[in-house]
Design a protein around this ligand. Structure first.
Ligand code: FES
Length: 693
């Protein structure tokens, strides 16, 4: 594993080296890194052993939710993924249950501060930031709480350009840049207080919200209004070997790679062909990581076709109608076995293939983090919800719903608004639309002049190409954001390349017949290297169906407005000029399956509750005895009683109920209790914990 020192999209500044020890060994990390990333950097993926069965534990959510990454720092157990590395830190693996730190000093209980505010926004991601901006611009007092060291939520991981429209959701701008833009705006607003590194712990029936401010001081906030913008957590899958270190969510992977710049894998396999999985695959390739393949249970990927095409062009095999049979390895992931699904969702015998890989990314969907919202509703508080916490959709939709909910709060406060909420909500619904099937489009006949070609054939909400054309010639059918773009030809294209640069799907090329009709020059977007491609260099030109051949570069450039998207021009024979959609710099290497081997498990051995290591078999046994109540299951098996508080296993247990033929209405949901995450008891006595750990 290594530090990513060169990336086509992320600007990397030299970081200060930090010395620390892990289990007595002196290691080096970098300033600003969390402990888990520093350990990964040093090729350490196993952080400890589970107290129940000594199974290896490592990173899982990378988001402070699961405690799988616990380590001991200076005698105190901490989450490695949420704790910043500091100079000289002594870190030990957490083998079994950590001992209680010796602390015999008498405790002086202090009063807890209660702070009033107009609006408490929980979550500083796309929805929370955009809502805070709207509220702060109207001079409403806001406390914005976020558990990370930097605002932005998932935006800080998103190196790709956003879909949607430029005027509403910064379409064509990269998520990381949108995060910075919004952060800069909200930090200049006088009526906004920003509490980073601060965790919302619980919503109480007396209208107070408990917050551990800067991970150090317990504070109660009494807001008049609350906006929940807590985002989503990744769903997990049940399959043999699913808890091996090296298996984690696509978001956790992006945190390691895009935020902490750790080349966290050599060979990665992805489960799930939605946008999250497809984008994670592209991000891996940008970080120099080989993507062995992607498996999707449905007959086609559910994410945007343009994201899927980007991976296909780079030679990543997409196994649709396939599923994971098992993850294989002793203490860490060594390979995965996949198999083809029949129409009745069974594995086709003989279709099994095993691929060597060190990392498996689970990208099978997201689950809204909405517990605070439901508690606040239960306690009759004035609460709104936005972004993924409201409904899972693209981050661009989250920016928009944050704005809408903030406008609703302004209306409630009595601040006049000029926007028509109904119109905005209709637009938000458009943004949240699931991608429809691609449509068949014909290649245009024209073979003269210069013009853009649109290789997107799926009606998704996206139109930044229409905004950047200086000739105002790019339009969508009926001017609808969900319709496909076309070049209207009333005025000539001037070949500026802005549409090619801005397209989030990298799905526009520019075809120029002006010099030579038989050998037009085609310009492609490239986001795989930060180095300028030299004229005369050979690149591989690809269509969506494969490689078209090697051709020399005739020109390369970056436009000032889009400094990370290189425009590379190549002269091509006219018969392939319109089907060519992209270029790549190296030939794809297909990873052949290895000989089949699979560690034997029975279905009942698979772990469903990671925290308490409860197996499918244990749950199934009690369901068959007639248990229908989650609370009872919890008492009998301890499932859901661990550090994550049932955030991961609840959905999986629901699935076992379904497999056992139990209808949803017969299942009694578990009681949700505070606290949202673990916190030292001393915090409630007003005692400040040691900062930083
Ligand atoms: S991996 Fe750190 S809390 Fe989940």
């Amino acid at each position: 594993m290594e530090f990513i020192s060169n990336h086509p999209i992320i600007d990397i500044t030299k970081k200060k080296e930090i010395e620390f020890t892990f289990d007595g060994k002196i290691l080096i990390g970098f300033k600003g890194m969390v402990i888990s990333s520093a350990l990964f950097l040093n090729k350490i993926k196993i952080f400890g052993q589970h107290p129940k069965d000594r199974s290896p534990q490592g990173i899982f959510c990378a988001n402070g939710q699961c405690s799988q990454c616990n380590v001991i720092v200076n005698g105190v157990p901490v989450k490695a993924c949420m704790t910043l590395l500091t100079e000289g830190m002594t870190i030990e693996s957490c083998n079994g249950l950590p001992e209680l730190p010796m602390d015999d000093d008498p405790v002086e209980v202090k009063d807890i501060n209660i702070i009033n505010t107009d609006v408490l926004v929980i979550g500083g991601g796309p929805a929370g930031l955009s809502a805070t901006k709207i509220l702060g611009e109207s001079n409403v007092h806001v406390i914005l709480v976020d558990d990370k060291a930097k605002l932005g939520g998932k935006l800080v991981l998103q190196t790709h350009k956003f879909f949607g429209s430029q005027e509403d959701v910064y379409a064509g701008t990269r998520g990381i840049d949108i995060g910075n833009i919004l952060e800069e705006i909200v930090s200049t607003l006088d009526s906004v207080e920003i509490w980073i590194n601060s965790i919302a712990l619980a919503v109480f029936s007396d209208g107070l919200i408990g917050i551990l401010k800067e991970k150090d001081e317990y504070i109660l906030v009494k807001p008049k209004y609350i906006l929940i913008a807590t985002g989503a957590r990744e769903k997990m899958l049940v399959f043999p070997g699913n808890t091996l270190p090296g298996i984690y969510g696509a978001g956790a992977f992006q945190t390691l790679v895009n935020r902490d710049l750790v080349k966290a894998a050599e060979n990665v396999f992805i489960v799930g062909g939605g946008n999250v999985g497809l984008i994670a695959g592209y991000h891996a390739i940008q970080a120099g990581i080989n993507v062995v393949g992607l498996v999707e249970a449905l007959s086609q990927c559910g994410g945007y076709k343009v994201h899927e095409d980007k991976l296909k062009r780079l030679g990543v095999p997409l196994f649709t109608s396939h599923t994971v049979i098992s993850a294989n390895g002793q203490d860490k992931l060594e390979s995965i076995t996949i198999g083809e699904l029949t129409d009745s969702w069974k594995i086709e015998p003989g279709s099994e293939k095993t691929f060597a890989c060190d990392t498996l990314l689970i990208a099978v969907g997201l689950d809204p983090v909405n517990e605070f919202y439901h508690k606040a509703l239960e306690y009759k508080m004035k609460v709104w919800i936005a972004g993924d916490a409201q409904e899972i959709a693209e981050a661009s939709a989250a920016i928009f719903t944050g704005k809408i909910e903030a406008l609703k709060i302004l209306t409630e406060i009595g601040v006049p608004i000029t926007e028509n909420l109904k119109v905005l909500e209709d637009f938000a619904n458009l943004m949240k639309i699931k991608p429809p099937d691609p449509v068949q489009t014909d290649l245009i006949d024209k073979e003269e002049g210069i013009f853009p070609l649109f290789h997107c054939n799926q009606e998704i909400p996206c139109n930044p190409c229409t905004s950047v054309c200086p000739q105002e010639q790019i339009k969508t059918v009926d001017d609808l954001i969900t319709q496909l773009p076309y070049f209207s030809d009333d005025k000539d294209c001037i070949g500026c390349g802005k549409c090619v640069s801005v397209c989030p799907g990298l799905a526009i090329t520019l075809v120029d017949y002006r010099k030579d009709r038989d050998s037009p020059v085609v310009t492609f977007p490239l986001e795989l290297t930060s180095e300028e491609i030299e004229v005369g260099r050979t690149v591989i030109v690809v269509s969506n169906d494969g490689e078209l051949g090697e051709f020399e570069v005739t020109r390369s450039r970056f436009l000032k407005e889009y400094p990370k998207t290189q425009l590379v021009s190549v002269m091509l024979p006219s018969e392939i000029a319109k089907t060519a959609v992209g270029i790549k710099l190296i030939k794809s290497t297909y990873t052949e399956p290895i000989d089949f081997y699979q560690q034997l498990y029975t279905g009942d051995d698979i772990i469903v509750c990671r925290c308490e290591r409860v197996s499918v078999g244990e749950i199934r046994k009690w369901i068959r005895y007639g248990v229908r109540d989650f609370n009872e299951l919890k008492a009998l098996t301890k499932a859901g009683m661990g550090a994550c508080g049932g955030k991961t296993c609840t959905l999986l247990i629901n699935r076992i109920f379904r497999e056992e033929g139990i209808k949803q209405e017969k299942i009694i949901a578990g009681t949700k209790r505070p606290l949202f995450v673990e916190v030292p008891m001393s915090a409630f006595a007003g005692i400040k914990t040691k900062k930083g750990i």
